[in-house]
Design a binder for this molecule. Structure first.
Ligand code: PEP
Ligand code: MG
Length: 294
């Protein structure tokens, strides 16, 4: 579909349905396989985002009243360093042969990034000491998918190499709407004014710090939302493979200054409906709106 790299390689799928955590070797060979398919292009490997709705048998899920607010993602990795270490070592081994990068999910504290970087430095030293090929200078990115990360985006940017907005969770945690709850499906809307303003603020943080800032999650696969993101200044979008052709077509078709104008109107809007109207008005000269109705 013409992808220029991989924006989000979800590693938890290596674990689900298995009775044991995947070994370092197994992960390394998988990351090398994907990395070398995209020679010269970045492959962003996301560290395990376990917990929430994805708890594999080997980790023995704890009973929690609110799993999405609980022991999830980077929290699990930092509490179980033996699991995280194997993954980090596998990524470093792949880095020796491909442009792989590491992305950290559900960050809410800058210390989480610092601790991860310490684990990376330690793993790099161990691998080198044992004569195993490991790539240095592993770029480490932070997912902006909690309101805390939005507010701290500049601080997190200063501590990392790139930012990637996780629009699914950012929408869920901002609007307090469970992303999997069918009853609330009409309230789960990335084009809510609060989310739009957060996206603007993160784009601004990326510009101010000079750190590459991209968007992943379902939003980047939807044409109208992609038009907004373009207008807010995002230049790297990570889409589902099946949506890539449509998003690429749209990005080539629209005028960036029109997107910028529409994004400014969307940021000023105070209701979901007005955000959508502003974007539809801006995109209408380029795209038949009936094409965007799913
Ligand atoms: C997101 O939250 O937008 C994201 C890309 O991560 P996931 O959907 O895997 O939680
Ligand atoms: Mg997420």
């Amino acid at each position: 579909h013409g992808a220029e790299g991989v924006g989000l390689l979800r590693t938890e799928f290596l674990v689900l349905g298995r009775s044991q955590m995947p070994s370092e070797d197994e992960q390394a060979s998988y990351f090398i396989r994907v990395g070398t398919r995209f020679t010269g292009r970045p492959v962003v490997i996301r560290s395990y985002d376990l917990g929430g709705d994805k708890f594999p048998a080997p980790l023995r899920p704890p009973q929690e009243a609110n799993p999405f607010l609980g022991w999830r993602a980077l929290r699990v990795c930092l509490d179980r360093p033996e699991i995280f270490r194997a993954q980090i070592r596998a990524v470093l081994r792949a880095r020796a042969v491909a442009d792989v990068r590491l992305l950290l999910p559900l960050v809410t504290q800058v210390e989480e990034v610092r601790q991860t970087k310490e684990l990376i430095a330690e793993a790099e030293r161990d691998l080198t000491r044992n004569g195993t090929a490991a790539g240095g200078d592993l770029p480490v990115g932070v997912m902006i998918e909690t309101p805390a990360a939005v507010v701290l985006a500049e601080v997190l940017a200063a501590e990392s190499d790139f930012l990637s907005v996780g629009s699914n969770d950012l929408t869920q945690y901002t609007l307090v709407v469970d992303r999997g709850n069918a009853r609330l499906a009409n309230r789960f809307n990335a084009l809510h004014p609060a989310v739009v303003r957060m996206l603007q603020s993160v784009a601004e943080a990326g510009r101010r710090t000079g750190k590459p800032t991209s968007v992943c999650g379902e939003m980047a696969s939807e044409p109208l939302a992609a038009f907004l993101l373009l207008g807010l200044g995002y230049r790297v979008l990570s889409s589902a493979p099946t949506s890539l052709p449509l998003v690429r077509w749209l990005v080539r078709r629209v005028d960036v200054s029109a997107a910028r104008e529409a994004a400014a109107a969307a940021v000023a809007a105070t209701t979901d409906r007005d955000v959508r109207k502003a974007l539809e008005r801006g995109i209408a000269p380029y795209v038949d709106l009936r094409l965007l109705d799913g």
